[in-house]
Write a protein of this length. Structure first.
Length: 167
């Protein structure tokens, strides 16, 4: 049984409904939700023209390999209207508005470095919108590469984008 930590985000359409629908689809694919963070409103990251996001973190358990879970996550994103061909270019990161974004932050304590999947997420320590919700559900989880807790990662995060509880 794998312990998987995700970041979910949406900045198009009914953002609250998009988050709820993504969680429902994860459950339909066999995931058991262990815990969910509060929902946070955050500024778009990497592009000032982006709409504000709603973001949250979830901890789930599922008997599934990491690559298969990634495939299922991408399927959910596509079903919910995300362009699956939209990718960040090498050295020229492009960020865009999206109905749903599902990022695998941690998969157990594993380090995965394949062409399709990098775990822990390579930029989670740089993103307040990821760390703030993650702190609610896993403050003491130790990043398997950096050797720091999520609490310590947030304390040292230099991201100045605003992150606040959604009302």
């Amino acid at each position: 049984m794998a312990d998987i930590y995700l970041s979910l985000g949406s900045n198009l359409g009914d953002r609250m409904q998009n988050l709820a629908q993504a969680i429902e689809k994860l459950e339909e694919m066999g995931a058991r939700i262990v815990s969910k963070s509060s929902i946070y409103e955050t500024e778009g990251w990497g592009n000032s023209d982006l709409n504000d996001f709603l973001n949250m973190a979830i901890h789930l358990q599922q008997d599934i390999e990491a690559e298969k879970f990634l495939k299922n996550s991408k399927k959910i994103e596509a079903e919910m209207g995300r362009d699956i061909h939209q990718k960040a270019k090498e050295n020229e990161l492009e960020y865009s508005n999206r109905m749903i974004d599902i990022d695998i932050l941690y998969y157990n304590n594993e380090r995965i470095d394949s062409e399709e999947l990098k775990v822990p997420h390579p930029r989670l320590q740089d993103r307040r919108f990821v760390l703030q919700p993650l702190l609610e559900i896993a403050p003491n989880f130790i990043h398997p590469i950096l050797g720091k807790s999520n609490q310590d990662l947030l304390t040292s995060c230099n991201d100045l984008n605003k992150v606040h509880l959604h009302s």
